[in-house]
Design a protein around this ligand. Structure first.
Ligand code: FE
Ligand code: CA
Length: 526
């Protein structure tokens, strides 16, 4: 058994999910396990008096490997008022079964929901079969949570015929409903990748179809209540209950366009910004089914990878915590040449350590597909020398060039980059070289937002399409999610768009479908 602090140290640079499997085996009810006595202690903790059903935020699972998966819930009988739990640790029983009857349990235990972590629960259920589905639930006192479905991955390297993958990002509460999640939750999927902007930090406005619960959030209590608001949505809860998710953040989980220790507001010093980031990271951890021990200190290493049999290696990166500040004043949609700062030495988006981890991981992957869960758009969206968005990879061109030239020089043909952030559906070619030596080395699928408003002004869609040759599809006006049917022969991406996301219950249809071959980068519309 490893305690939490030791585990954090042990985790260190080991970002690959499989390396983080330790811990939580003390949740086992195996009487022979070393954790039996502490498990007994947990089981005898008094059950707090709660003012109502503590499972109102639903359940979730995430970060699966071939023998284990993380199960999540948070006790919050009064969700928007700090959760409403008394200030005491609470014993929470978890149960896993092959079916929804829970007659025969394959794994179970009791864990502790602690006040200091917002009474959130992260259990790593271990000893599971590879490539298998399970039901799970939590119990405390007379309350039983909703049931979630989750699964393990196929063994790394095992021959695997299919992965049904969904990806999503940007779910601003006020600007639309979660119709996309209603559709996603009704779809057969193995895994969902969430690529950032799970919450938005802004204060309540009058113009949306729903309303934020407070002014702009800047502290732990504020972030917790904001997550509780978002997680109260039944469609989001159903989407989490469908299958495991692998989540990364983007900027709005803290503050719009923050960069490493720098607030968007240049007048705020890193020292003044630091406590806000710490609180935001903690609240993100508390509400995410991530295989990571509780935060300690200023940073949280969330970049990590997972394997899906021999079919896919999936890399999830963090493009906020280590980046250089946005160049050229972080201006947006300005048709003027980029300033020199954009090419200054030492600028980085991933940071050196993460970039090396990514390149090494890509090199070592024997899988049919190399998949990259990426936060900001990589396909160049430049018109002449004008950069339309300095927050994207366009603002960090040296890093992008280095990575894509590496992919090219190693002869990789199977890189598929999945991207969020920009609230549009888009397909782009990732290229190296110019003119006659231009070469497509990867494929980028940008998913539209679940609910956040489109960012391109009227007319800009056409401007981008006609001026940017790498762009094969742009839909900035619709919200939705993206479905990927991944097989050894072919990758198929469907853009599933909500008809009118200002209406709760509006239907979803497929707007465009693209395929990619693992031996020929570049998407083809079908
Ligand atoms: Fe967003
Ligand atoms: Ca964003």
């Amino acid at each position: 058994m490893i305690d939490r602090r030791q585990f954090l140290v042990a985790l260190g640079a080991g970002a690959v999910i499989a390396a983080g499997v330790a811990g939580c085996s003390d949740d086992s009810e195996d009487p022979d396990s070393a954790g039996a006595s502490s498990a007994k202690k947990r089981a005898t903790l008094p059950i707090p008096t709660m003012p109502g059903d503590p499972f109102q935020l639903g359940v979730a699972s995430g970060d699966p490997d071939a023998s284990s998966v993380v199960l999540w819930t948070r006790l919050a009988p009064v969700p928007l008022e700090g959760g409403g739990m008394p200030d005491q640790a609470a014993p929470v029983r978890w149960e896993m079964s092959e079916d929804e009857t829970f007659q025969k349990l394959v794994a179970s235990g009791t864990t502790v929901a602690e006040t200091r972590w917002g009474h959130s629960v992260h259990v790593t259920a271990t000893g599971l079969e590879p490539d298998s589905w399970y039901s799970y639930r939590f119990r405390i006192g007379n309350y039983t949570s909703p049931v979630g479905r989750t699964r393990t991955t196929p063994e790394a390297g095992a021959r695997t015929g299919r992965l049904l993958l969904g990806f999503a990002s940007c779910q601003a509460w006020e600007t639309g409903y979660y119709n996309a999640y209603r559709d996603l939750a009704a779809t057969e999927l193995d895994l969902v990748l969430f690529l950032g902007d799970y919450i938005y930090e802004n204060g309540a406005t009058e113009s949306g179809v729903r309303k934020h619960n407070s002014a702009e959030i800047t502290d732990l209590a504020g972030y917790r209540n904001r997550y509780a608001l978002y997680k109260s949505d039944p469609n989001l809860q159903a989407a989490h209950a469908l299958c495991p998710w692998v989540c990364i953040w983007d900027d709005h989980e803290v503050e719009n366009n923050y960069a490493s220790e720098q607030s968007e507001d240049a007048a705020i010093t890193p020292e003044a910004f630091a406590p806000r980031r710490v609180d935001a990271y903690q609240a993100w951890w508390e509400h995410t089914p991530i295989r990571l021990e509780p935060p300690s200190g200023q940073s949280l290493q969330i970049y990590r990878a997972l394997r899906w049999g021999d079919l896919a290696s999936i890399f999830m990166t963090d493009e906020r915590q280590y980046r250089s500040d946005q160049a050229c004043g972080d201006k947006i949609l300005q048709l003027v040449p980029a300033c020199d700062e954009i090419n200054s030495a030492g600028r980085t988006l991933l940071g050196d350590t993460q970039e090396k981890w990514l390149l090494d991981g890509l090199d070592a992957s024997p899988a049919v597909w190399r998949v990259w869960g990426n936060e900001v758009v990589m396909t160049p969206i430049t018109i002449g020398r004008a950069v339309l968005n300095y927050d994207q990879w366009d603002g960090y061109p040296a890093d992008r060039k280095r990575i894509l030239e590496h992919v090219s020089s190693k002869g990789m043909t199977n890189l598929v980059v999945l991207t969020g952030d920009i609230h549009l559906g888009g397909v782009g070619d990732l290229t190296t070289g110019e003119g006659d030596s231009r070469k497509i080395v990867g494929t980028e699928f940008v998913g539209t937002s679940i609910s956040s408003g489109g960012l391109l002004p009227p007319g800009a869609e056409g401007l981008v399409r006609s001026n940017v040759p790498a762009i094969k599809y742009v839909n900035s006006s619709q919200r939705g999610w993206t479905y990927c049917d991944v097989t050894p022969e072919k990758w198929t991406t469907e853009y599933r768009m909500v008809e009118n996301n200002q209406v709760d219950g509006s239907p979803v249809t497929v707007d465009a479908t693209f395929t990619v071959s693992p031996t020929t980068p570049g998407a083809v519309q079908v």
